[in-house]
Design a protein around this ligand. Structure first.
Ligand code: MG
Length: 250
């Protein structure tokens, strides 16, 4: 059958109600091209700086967007002159004032050049999506630990696909896509997911979030809505620094 006969036959079947519009094979390129709705224009950032539609959470100028996670007082971490901030040991985790659901997150972090301690005690920090789900930050260079708790892991849930850290003392980037879990009537009906790109290397490929990421015990699934982005003070003089933190809400 020729293309034309085929097309005419399909049109007759469509008109007679035997098939729907979706079942008619398009015969021209234009039928599968559309122009609306137009994606918004976004001006990308350079060298980790925020794109035009991002919410900047830390650009080195102040800790004003952050509070102490324990008591909501002003964040007590150290603001450095080079546009970064550093964990102030044992002052506690900090979190954003603003709450987020699903986000794209860009964050840069650095372990101190002078190494101290071993395993999980060496420059341990972490990035908690929704305040609950930890992407591990750790100085893993020549410093083995359990692989589901190593750098780039979803802590105690997902081993990273690769170990992609730069040398200790240099800046790492994490680009993270977080989709929040969905709850209905007090139950989780869809798990959240995480994708993590570490220094341009995919280390978590849309993995399922099984629940919270505790040190001891199984993941838990408390019902929640939007939550803060939280950064960990692990309490063993980690001296981990962060800079260029921005999110785009999804
Ligand atoms: Mg940690």
């Amino acid at each position: 059958m020729s293309k034309l006969t085929n097309g005419l036959l399909a049109l007759s079947l469509l008109a007679a109600g035997f098939i729907s519009a979706q079942e008619v094979e398009p015969t021209t390129p234009e039928e599968t091209e559309f122009y609306e709705p137009k994606p918004p224009k976004v001006t990308p950032g350079t060298n980790g700086s925020a794109p035009s539609d991002a919410i900047v959470l830390f650009d080195g100028s102040s800790l004003d967007n952050w509070i102490s996670a324990a008591d909501s007082t002003a964040a007590k971490w150290i603001l450095n002159k080079d546009g970064s901030m550093t964990v102030n040991n044992r002052t506690g985790d900090i979190q954003t004032k603003q709450n987020f659901g699903s986000i794209q997150l860009h964050i840069e972090w650095k372990s101190p050049a002078e190494v101290q301690l071993e395993g999980q005690h060496r420059a341990n920090s972490g990035i908690f999506l929704n305040g609950l789900y930890e992407v591990q930050v750790l100085d893993n260079n020549d410093n083995p630990t359990y692989v589901n708790g190593q750098v780039g892991s979803i802590y105690k849930q997902h081993v990273p696909l690769a170990m992609a850290s730069v040398p200790t003392g240099e800046w790492n980037t994490y680009d993270i896509i977080y989709h929040a879990p969905i709850f209905e009537k007090g139950q989780k009906v869809k798990s959240g997911s995480l994708t993590v790109i570490h220094n341009g290397v995919l280390v978590q490929d849309h993995v399922e979030i099984k629940g919270t990421t505790p040190y001891i015990g199984w993941p838990k699934n408390p019902v929640h809505g939007k939550g803060p982005l939280k950064l960990q003070d692990h309490g063993d003089n980690s001296r981990v620094s962060y800079r260029n933190i921005w999110v785009r809400e999804l």
